[in-house]
Design a protein around this ligand. Structure first.
Ligand code: GLU
Length: 318
């Protein structure tokens, strides 16, 4: 980041998907996102990413907000809920279709996976799209009539790399494999479309999120380019993992904040531990989010202290 960029207070966001309860892993990402913005006097927005159809769970929005507040994290203004803005995302998709930058696609996920000759490489989060439907239909209506299937919409990718500088990871090659979905067959926007539309509309200048989303960033940068919008800066942080080295999940036991709370673990222990495994406190130190903020205020390089190796959760931390 240049000194000039560091001098302007950032606009960041917390963007939880209400698909379950917050666990230590999400909590660390949110704590660091909050800290990076607040320490530089920036604005932090809250966006509920609730358009992920079947994965969204009743009650998860409420429990996420409760957990964020319990951790001591705050945000500015009213929250934005993506499901309230479906028409807006649809209009952007229509614009890309009209400009020939996107096209209807009737392939199922299984068909795309079967078409991939070998298991896809580690760096990619889905099987590369072989381009079956590119140039095949004049419009979504045409695709529907021709196949009897409800089409999704894909963005047409004509490059194989969109290099970018990650504020945590450094130079990224930004590899991208094929056309990606921007609108699902049920008409809902895909994550890539909604997140770009909202980050732009909300004036977000700094995105701090988990490194599971690294493969998404080049796709999002292409959407920014297509709309002529300035992208935010990105920092992708390593996720917490279990003792098997895999991303922290239910199989590693209950690391939800709710479970610790129910056992009477104080938030200062949790925040202290999250700060310690981020290089921002000593192990065993107890402190709340405010105290951590006071310690970090004005610090332009908080992320430089965060270790690059994944943090292993053993299950006996609290
Ligand atoms: N809602 C996404 C998630 O919870 C985060 C998206 C983002 O930060 O871009 O994984």
């Amino acid at each position: 980041m240049t000194d000039d960029a560091a001098a302007v207070p950032p606009v960041g966001r917390l963007a939880p998907s209400p698909t379950g309860v917050l666990h230590l892993g999400n909590a660390r990402t949110f704590l660091l996102t909050w800290l990076c913005v607040r320490a530089r006097g920036g604005t932090l927005l809250l966006r509920i990413e609730d358009i992920d159809g079947p994965r969204v769970k009743d009650g998860a929005e409420r429990s996420t907000l409760d957990d964020l507040r319990w951790l001591g994290l705050d945000w500015d203004g009213v929250l934005l809920r993506q499901s309230d803005h479906l028409a807006r995302y649809g209009a952007l998709v229509d614009d890309l279709l009209a400009r020939g930058l996107a096209y209807p696609c009737v392939c199922t996920r299984k068909e795309v996976e079967d078409a991939a000759s070998a298991p896809h490489e580690d760096w990619l989060d889905t099987a590369p799209y072989p381009g079956t439907c590119r140039g095949r239909f004049a419009s979504p209506a045409d695709a529907r009539v021709a196949t009897g299937r409800e089409p999704a919409v894909r963005f047409a990718v004509d490059v194989d790399r969109v290099p970018f500088t990650d504020d945590f990871r450094g130079a990224e090659k930004g590899r991208i494999a094929g056309d990606f979905v921007i609108q699902k067959r049920d008409g809902e926007p895909a994550y890539q479309m909604a997140v770009v539309a909202d980050d732009h509309r909300q004036g977000v200048t700094q995105v701090v999120r988990g490194d599971d989303l690294v493969p998404s960033t080049p796709r999002q940068l292409l959407l920014y380019r297509a709309f002529g919008w300035t992208p935010p800066r990105f920092a992708h942080l390593p996720l917490l993992v279990g003792t098997d080295g895999r991303r922290l999940a239910k199989r590693h036991g209950d690391t939800s904040l709710g479970a610790f709370r129910a056992r009477g673990v104080h938030r200062e222990r949790i925040v202290g531990w999250l700060a310690a495994c981020s290089g921002l406190a000593a192990l065993g130190e107890e402190l709340d989010a405010r105290a951590l903020l006071e310690r970090s205020r004005g610090e332009p390089a908080i992320l430089r202290k965060v270790p690059h190796a994944p943090v292993v959760v053993r299950g006996d931390e609290f």
